[in-house]
Design a protein around this ligand. Structure first.
Ligand code: 13P
Length: 278
């Protein structure tokens, strides 16, 4: 069934687990995420990033995903990931997304507060929840995201930001990167603990790919309720596509994409199982 991101994150809070938010931008990624969620019997978030709007039409993707969600045996939410333009957020709200992320992390704190506040008012009026980010994410290997400066979240800034903007979920920068890590991942769990103790809304971890399992579980135990994953699922799919093409250069496109979808679904299933934190 189609649900709200808030309900999924509440469920995660009750079970001390995290919900996987997979970046999806075509039929195969969305179908794989829902298949994986059904196999694991756990809700999932389909996270469509603004950067994919020229590749996959936003309104068509929303209609497609909602239709899949209605047919699914698990709760599925549709989230707009990293969005920098108000016009994209307006389109997502109008086409029924469950939640939107406004990413003002590159702006001054003052500007970020001002625009996030505006987004929250606009989204809440339509019953849509909002995620925002304080601090910024650095970029590792193979990521498709914007490069940030990697500034970790300042807990005091986070507290006043949440109070002033009335945002629903907060992405905190605690040392993960978008993409695969170039060296040893170093997550600042003490910082996460400080933030979690002073902020009551669900916390989000970006940069799930390549983060060691023990560090992920520690973050969940400290209060992370949503974890975003993009790069490692994409890598699994393109590796499979390369292997398939090597073996059968004339393979039918539908079979090639089905093979890619199957490996993504397997990878996503393992991730969902990990985030159950059992
Ligand atoms: P990864 O590509 O590191 O999994 O990060 C995804 C993400 O945080 C999208 O918002």
């Amino acid at each position: 069934m189609f649900t709200t991101t808030k309900k999924l994150l509440q469920l995660a809070e009750e079970t001390n687990s995290a919900i996987a938010a997979f970046n999806c931008y075509n039929a195969e990624t969305a179908q794989a995420a829902i298949q994986a969620g059904e196999r694991a019997n756990k809700g999932v978030i389909i996270a469509y990033g603004e950067r994919y709007k020229d590749y996959m039409n936003l309104e068509a993707f929303a209609a497609f995903t909602k239709s899949l969600a209605e047919q699914a045996s698990i709760p599925v939410a549709l989230h707009l990931d990293h969005s920098y333009e108000i016009s994209t957020i307006e389109r997502a709200i109008a086409s029924g997304f469950s939640s939107v992320m406004y990413d003002g992390s590159a702006l001054s704190l003052e500007e970020n507060v001002k625009t996030t506040k505006h987004v929250v008012e606009m989204a809440h009026a339509a019953g849509v929840f909002v995620e925002a980010e304080i601090g910024s994410m650095a970029k590792g290997d193979f990521s498709d995201e914007e490069e940030g400066d990697g500034k970790l979240t300042d807990p005091d800034e986070a507290i006043s930001f949440v109070k002033e903007t009335n945002v629903d979920f907060l992405a905190a920068s605690i040392g993960t990167v978008h993409g695969m890590y170039k060296g040893e991942p170093k997550l600042d769990h003490q910082l996460l603990k400080t933030i979690a103790e002073s902020i009551q809304i669900p916390l989000v971890l970006h940069g799930g790919s390549g983060t060691p399992e023990d560090q992920v579980l520690k973050a969940i135990n400290l209060g992370i309720r949503k974890i975003n994953v993009n790069t490692e699922v994409s890598l699994a799919a393109v590796t499979e596509i390369a292997n398939q093409l090597n073996e059968q250069p004339q393979i039918h496109l539908s079979n090639l994409m089905t093979a890619a979808q199957d490996v993504m679904a397997e990878q996503m299933y393992q991730i969902i199982e990990l985030y159950k934190n059992k």
